[in-house]
Design a protein around this ligand. Structure first.
Ligand SMILES: Nc1ncnc2c1ncn2[C@@H]1O[C@H](COP(=O)(O)OP(=O)(O)OP(=O)(O)O)[C@@H](O)[C@H]1O
Ligand SMILES: [Mg+2]
Length: 254
């Protein structure tokens, strides 16, 4: 059975894609088989896993409109145990097409059913920075959601909207959807602001906050250029170690 986890926050640039890639890397190191699913027309996950965007023939867009099965779209990456369902810029137009389709919120969930679930231990869904139908498809398909939150000013802004959407989806479309936790990202322990933000995240107390705190480091910006997770690109770094700790927390959640 695959454990399906969406990485979501409608705020841009908070570390969703970076977390998807590197959590996948850390899980793969533990010999788990991971399917990375790119739901973002920016295709940063696809590119960050070393896939040449010009080489893509079939992508998530084809799955969503029923032109291809997910099996036909999956491609292997350079990292052992990690495959990817690639995205392409045409996914933006596809989101518009979905509005006229019946059952439009559950297309990804349905696509993941069946024999795929015996091939992967984890499926990680990288959502785009909005609360549109692509993110909703990700959340309907998921068992749990990880919410990366920048430990910077306005970090909490928008969190309520996301939580409302998640609660509505749980009520109407996906009873099993759980918030696994908030993941502090871009943490700079030298600043009072970052420390205050982290305290605030924990103090609010409504949601679990992961013990693993992702620090601000240029290494995480470099890894996607190498087309590999930091765990293999620079496995000795603090960032790699922290993503391994996060993987451990995620595995322990079951
Ligand atoms: N902890 C970090 N320290 C420094 N840079 C980081 C860190 N995490 C991510 N980055 C860099 O910040 C940028 C934004 O990160 P990322 O793409 O993961 O965010 P995102 O939430 O997926 O963005 P979008 O909303 O556009 O999809 C990227 O260039 C990434 O390499
Ligand atoms: Mg992203």
């Amino acid at each position: 059975m695959t454990n399906v986890i969406a990485i979501a926050n409608q705020k841009g640039g908070v570390g969703k894609t970076t977390t998807t890639i590197n959590l996948a890397g850390a899980l793969a190191e533990e010999n788990f088989r991971v399917l990375c699913i790119d739901m973002d027309p920016q295709a940063n996950l696809t590119a960050g896993l070393g896939i040449n965007l010009n080489s893509i023939e079939l992508s998530m867009a084809d799955v969503l409109v029923g032109r291809a099965t997910i099996d036909q779209v999956i491609v292997p990456t350079e990292t052992e145990h990690i495959d990817v369902v690639p995205a392409h810029i045409d996914l933006a137009a596809t989101e518009g097409e979905l509005f006229t389709m019946l059952g439009r919120e559950g297309i990804l969930r349905d696509a993941l059913e069946g024999k795929l679930k015996s091939r992967y231990d984890y499926a990680l869904i990288d959502c785009p920075p909005n609360l549109g139908l692509l993110t909703v498809n990700g959340l309907v398909a998921a068992d749990g959601v990880i919410i990366p939150v920048q430990t910077q000013f306005y970090a909490m802004k928008g969190l309520n909207n996301l939580v409302k959407v998640i609660n509505t989806i749980r009520l109407k479309l996906n009873r099993k959807l759980k918030i696994l936790g908030l993941l502090p990202t871009f943490y700079d322990g030298r600043t009072n602001l970052a420390r205050d933000m982290l305290d605030e995240l924990k103090a609010v107390g409504d949601h679990h906050v992961f013990e693993s705190i992702i620090r601000n480091t240029v290494k995480l910006g470099e890894a996607p250029l190498a087309g590999r997770p930091i765990t293999s690109y620079a496995g000795y770094t603090d960032a790699a170690r922290t993503y391994r700790e996060l993987a451990r927390e995620v595995i322990d959640l079951g």
